[in-house]
Design a protein around this ligand. Structure first.
Ligand SMILES: [Zn+2]
Length: 255
């Protein structure tokens, strides 16, 4: 079974519409476990209970840099991070794509959540966009490890973070026609450091581009990732699953 290590089934404080149909399609496609990431502060309160209602579903709690004006300590209390289904802190990070006006606020939110992850002993799921230098500098000052989610960065960033013990996550972007540079980067990443995700509802892989992405589509990304890694079938499934379980040690899968 594949594990979709990062998707958004909760948004704006609500579980998505028709979630049962989405999950049924994922099961039919061979997706055996799902990690729901939080981005919106409103998602935090409902995510642990939602994932607890489903077998092999877990969550990472975190506030995306888009909400840089909030204080994470008001929203993510230490006790919620010890919930058995909360396996990490994320998605957190830096995003300067729309400008650097709130750079300081983003950095503060990021550093606060890194400290929370460190105190809780949890790995982090990192979002970084047009902010590689600051991301590396800040993570170098922290003792956490984790994953660069939906990786589209440079080989320099990948290598730096691999040296720090991080994993690198492939999303549907890996399948895009214009993503040859990203595929080339994944060729260079050691097999034991790669995980896979959909980041649904965003970034639907080929041949679903233009439709709403959902966890079932992780198998389309897996096909391309398998080509890039030079492996396939049960070997690919096993490697990705072992990597995910090392990355997120709190995951306990029901067979
Ligand atoms: Zn995401």
């Amino acid at each position: 079974m594949f594990i979709d290590t990062h998707c958004h089934l909760i948004d704006d404080g609500h579980v998505i519409d028709h979630v049962d149909a989405v999950l049924a399609r994922a099961t039919d496609a061979g997706v055996g476990a799902i990690i729901c990431a939080c981005a919106d502060p409103k998602d935090i309160a409902i995510a642990p209970e939602f994932v607890s209602g489903h077998q092999n579903m877990f969550t990472t709690l975190g506030i995306h840099p888009e909400y840089a004006d909030v204080d994470a300590r008001d929203i993510i209390k230490p006790q919620i991070l010890s919930h058995p289904r909360v396996v990490g802190v994320g998605e957190i990070g830096l995003d300067y794509h729309y400008g650097r006006d709130n750079r300081n606020a983003q950095i503060k939110l990021f550093e606060t959540q890194l400290a929370m992850a460190e105190s809780a002993g949890l790995p982090v799921a990192i979002h970084t966009r047009d902010a590689e230098e600051d991301t590396m500098a800040i993570l170098d000052n922290s003792n956490v490890t984790g994953v660069l989610h939906c990786f589209t960065g440079s080989w320099d960033l990948a290598r730096h973070m691999l040296d720090r013990g991080f994993y690198i996550s492939a999303s549907g972007i890996l399948t895009f026609k214009n993503a040859a540079a990203i595929r080339d980067t994944f060729v260079r990443i050691p097999h034991d450091r790669i995980v896979i995700e959909t980041d649904s509802p965003y970034c639907a892989p080929v041949p679903h581009r233009g439709s709403v992405c959902e966890p079932a589509m992780v198998v389309d990304t897996a096909r391309v990732l398998g080509d890039v890694m030079g492996i396939g079938g049960s070997e690919l499934v096993q490697i990705l699953r072992d990597n995910t379980c090392r990355l997120y040690p709190k995951i306990s899968l029901v067979e």
